[in-house]
Design a protein around this ligand. Sequence first.
Ligand code: ATP
Ligand code: LTN
Length: 336
Amino acid sequence: MEQQVQKQRIFSGIQPTGNLTLGNYIGALRNFGILQDEYDCLYSIVDMHALTVRQNPAELRKACLRTMAIFLASGLDPEKNIIYFQSQVAAHAELGWILNCFTYMGEMSRMTQFKDKSAKHADNINCGLFTYPVLMAADILLYQTHLVPIGADQKQHLEIARDIAERFNGVYGDVFVVPDGYFPKVGARVMSLQEPTRKMSKSDPEDTYIAILDRPDVIRKKIRRAKTDSENAVVFDPENKPGVANLMSIMAALSGRSMDEIAAEYDGKGYGVFKDAVADCVIATLEPIQNEYDRISADKAYLQQVMDSGRERAAAIAHRTMLKVRKKLGIAPWKL
Ligand code: ATP
Ligand code: LTN
């Protein structure tokens, strides 16, 4: 009889804060869809991570549903993938606490995202912000994840998740799979349109990012206004021409063309023509997603069904890991 080969597992999460950007799409979301046939995938809207920054409840609730609808609109099949809200599977918080006891203060204080976010929110440097990477490690380890599709900014957090898994396994035996990252070849760090030496971020001002749901006229306007240099030459030189390099990377990531091909095609044509071509490329990618989004987000019954089934399927896998973890740690067993 033919033996059934168990597929490897993928887990990734996106925070439902603000508007998902082209950076989120190229760095993470697009890869989710590409991998859905070869792997057993869970994609979570990590709403508990969003609480590390003060949120308006009504807006957060809307943003949660919007993020789920964007996941679906960008091609994730809810039958093939488990799509769910992190806060609805209590085991994330449970394992998060346990892993806090296997993580050192020094490790957390070295995290660049913590340093950036505490500078940005100096009036609210809370413990959740500090231990954010531990909850992320719990998200990943809970599902015995092999591969984590993320942008380059999350590399440091993934390393910590690996360290925590290895540390725990070192004490208790092979409890967790040690995960690897999966990064896009081009576009792992899409940069801000206005400050192209910083990453594009959905918590920055509107004109610095392209939202997945920005309509074509807005996209074109933002790209035309994107900061470039005064040379007017389409050459890939991230050091000296970060603005142009960023636009070239966006085009390369979305069209599959190489930097050389792009440079050759726009050689001598100037930034006006080049920027319009980048805008065409972004619009061609995002417009179909927006049309799907409009259709899906109007169908509340469908969203409810995806949410319920995702929660149940995720919780069942998480429960298996938690039984193992509880037993290894010696905390109260379910059955005497
Ligand atoms: P915030 O600005 O609120 O911190 P964010 O835009 O960084 O949010 P996240 O929810 O933290 O969004 O990230 C979701 C995924 O998108 C992660 O895998 C992250 O690595 C990826 N990502 C975020 N920004 C970029 C970017 N500029 N380029 C490539 N990938 C990105
Ligand atoms: N920390 C990530 C979001 C995130 C995540 C995860 C990504 C939370 N849990 C698990 C991959 C796997 C971020 O800030 N972008």
